[in-house]
Design a binder for this molecule. Structure first.
Ligand SMILES: Cc1cc2nc3c(=O)[nH]c(=O)nc-3n(C[C@H](O)[C@H](O)[C@H](O)COP(=O)(O)OP(=O)(O)OC[C@H]3O[C@@H](n4cnc5c(N)ncnc54)[C@H](O)[C@@H]3O)c2cc1C
Length: 290
């Protein structure tokens, strides 16, 4: 049961930040409510104040330019990103990831920023965005700061955000030439969180890998980079043998749990297979991308 709270409805992001400052000790931001209301109903959170940023027009945008890259405003929904022609053209892995995130109803209402702020290690956007080198712009009444998403999650369901801060915007840098990202999750139920999710970005120079990011979801208390797997790929001429080695390295360095859905051993196996497949797919895509 949800306990009583005071619902605050600011008219602008500036007003929201001021309210957050006034009530930071016992307050939560709500946007789509797709995660917050679940945990409030479970009694895991009982904030005194809930500040709704849903409908704030100054935070509802999705823009791209070659210099600054893609910018996703705080109230931009999953569905907007999924259908964005900009995302489909410039960051196809993001739009493809959204197609398989939850149901249309959840995507219509839930936001990308809310998903990232919730900090679930099984969330789909974080691995893809970290693989793309994305950052979040955090705001408070006293200023703004940019934080790379790689480093945003210190622990399970925790972020480095202070109590008086919120995510104003997600920033995805323009892709270098010959760069591609691929993401796949393995889930038992359609439209559900993955047992494991793997995102791989590679930048190619001919057959040689110039740069790589391998990012794992549901494979540790937080979304993590598989740095040993990245070392296998970077500087090497990529072939099936190396994709396999990268998969083995990723499986060795993650720390998944055993639960009713899958054993630790099975999850490690999935990490190995998905890393191998995503690295190969990203490599093939990067070689033909401009
Ligand atoms: C049935 C179901 C299936 C789902 N399946 C998937 C799935 O397959 N993959 C997946 O990745 N996710 C899945 N989700 C999670 C869903 O994507 C998130 O619930 C949603 O994106 C959260 O966004 P929201 O706007 O609803 O956030 P809210 O629920 O409003 O907020 C979530 C958290 O983020 C905070 N918050 C919200 N906005 C901000 C902000 N701008 N700055 C700082 N803090 C903020 C809130 O205080 C709260 O702590 C599923 C959810 C449901 C209900």
């Amino acid at each position: 049961m949800i306990t009583d709270f005071t619902y605050l409805k600011p008219g602008s992001m500036k007003e929201a930040l001021q309210m957050l400052k006034e009530h930071e000790e016992d307050c939560k931001i709500i946007c789509g409510g797709q995660s917050l209301l679940v945990i409030m109903r479970q009694g895991l959170l009982s904030p005194e104040y809930v500040i709704s940023i849903k409908g704030l027009k100054d935070a509802n945008y999705l823009t791209y330019d070659a210099k600054d890259g893609l910018k996703i405003g705080a109230t931009c929904t999953h569905r907007t990103l999924e259908h964005s022609s900009l995302a489909k053209e410039k960051f196809p892995a993001l739009a493809e990831m959204e197609e398989k995130l939850a149901s249309i109803q959840v995507r219509n209402w839930g936001t990308v920023a809310g998903n990232l702020a919730h900090g679930d290690p099984a969330g789909d956007p974080a691995p893809v965005l970290i693989a793309m080198g994305a950052s979040v712009k955090l705001g408070s009444a006293s200023g703004e700061r940019i934080v790379p998403l790689d480093g945003f999650y210190p622990d399970l369901f925790e972020t480095v955000m202070n109590h008086d801060e919120l995510i104003l915007e997600i920033q995805v840098p323009t892709r270098p030439a010959r760069t591609a990202t691929k993401y796949q999750k393995f889930n038992l139920l359609d439209s559900d969180m993955g047992l494991i999710g793997v995102a791989v970005t590679v930048t190619m120079d001919g057959d040689t890998c110039k740069d790589a990011r391998v990012v794992l979801g549901s494979a540790a208390p937080t979304v993590i980079r598989a740095r040993e797997a990245e070392k296998v790929l970077v500087g090497a001429k990529l072939d099936d043998d190396l994709f396999e080695k990268a998969g083995v390295a990723a499986a060795a360095e993650c720390s998944p749990v055993s639960d009713i859905h899958a054993s630790e051993e099975y999850r490690r196996h999935l990490v190995s297979i998905l890393t191998k497949r995503m690295a190969k797919a990203a490599c093939e895509q990067a070689k033909i991308s401009g």
